[in-house]
Ligand binder design. Structure first.
Ligand code: LHQ
Length: 274
């Protein structure tokens, strides 16, 4: 594995490359990788850099230490409630506007598949980050917590959009209102995540999955994510027409030509589009 980039305050997010896979590791283990504005900026920048880099065909996001991400760092002076008399509460909305929304939009618009390897607790916006990825693997000791309700907030960073789509309104409300810890195996059982697996296997299995996806026609995989997201907002006929539009574009792309040619020539395809 090679370091892919260096930058200021590099330690907050480790950026490495293995083959065509960009590995991003949230790296504030002492605070269970809770988000600071600096970490959010680095994550968004790293996603956008990966999106621009033709050598990247899959992104894998994980956390250092025993947690994946505990959501917003609640000790950040930017959001801390007033302590001194006369001090005004801060507007936490600006944090969403300026830091969370740009990161979440970059994640959802990635031109390659994104995998989350949830190595430990994913709470609040940390859960939204994981669930915003295309495939979520989690260690059996990991858990998902919609921690927002416990501190008087609503799910954010995409949580209100993702949860009912992933598990339906009833389960989404249960998770979001109660804010209870959902173990990884249960998250898999209810269809919130792709797979829970033994802790010792997570890193290797996630990398193997990322390598597998990176050899696939990633342009079509990203278009599949888009088509599924679009379809949830469309009626049946509009979804059919959207499929035709996206399929028409993919039909002109090299990977489709290569995929069908390789099938007919009975050989392994080599996909290069992005
Ligand atoms: C933390 C955190 C944390 C700081 C653990 N911050 N230090 C958006 C915009 C604006 C405003 C607000 O929010 C948002 C979106 C959100 O994400 S809201 C939700 C914010 N997150 C939470 O409410 C989760 C808070 N954390 C917890 O409930 C627990 O730490 C969990 C359940 C995640 C893990 O529990 P444990 O395994 O028992 O670990 P711990 O609580 O002992 O934490 C370990 C250390 O990490 C500890 O520090 P210390 O110095 O005592 O060892 C914690 O203070 C620190 N930490 N989460 N979010």
């Amino acid at each position: 594995m090679t370091p892919a980039q260096t930058g200021p305050d590099e330690a907050l997010l480790k950026i490495e490359q293995e083959g065509a896979v960009r590995l991003l590791t949230l790296n504030r283990p002492q605070a269970l990788n809770a988000f600071t504005t600096a970490l959010l900026v680095q994550l968004r920048d790293a996603l956008e850099a990966a999106a621009r880099d033709a050598s990247v065909r899959c992104v894998l996001i994980t956390g250092a230490g025993r947690g994946f991400c505990a959501g917003q760092d609640l000790s950040d002076p930017l959001i801390k409630p007033p302590i001194a008399a006369g001090e005004q509460p801060k507007d936490i909305g600006h944090l969403l506007d300026n830091y969370y929304i740009p990161m979440a939009l970059s994640l959802r618009a990635m031109p390659v598949p994104v995998i989350a390897a949830v190595n430990g607790v994913a709470a609040g916006a940390g859960a939204s980050l994981a669930l915003g990825c295309d495939l979520v693997l989690a260690a059996e000791s990991a858990s998902f917590i919609q921690a927002f309700s416990k501190i008087g907030l609503i799910p954010d960073c995409g949580g209100t959009w993702l949860l009912p789509r992933l598990v339906g309104r009833v389960k989404a409300l249960e998770l979001a209102l109660l804010g209870d810890k959902l173990p990884a195996a249960e998250a898999q059982r209810i269809g919130l995540i792709y797979r829970a697996l033994p802790d010792a296997e997570l890193a290797a299995e996630a990398m193997a999955l990322a390598q597998k996806l990176s050899a696939m026609p990633v342009k079509a995989l990203a278009a599949t994510r888009q088509a599924l997201d679009d379809a949830l907002l469309l009626d049946f006929e509009a979804a059919l027409r959207n499929e035709a539009l996206l399929q028409s574009r993919l039909g002109f792309a090299g990977d489709y030509q290569e995929g069908t040619r390789a099938f007919l020539e009975k050989r392994k395809p080599s996909f290069t589009d992005r």
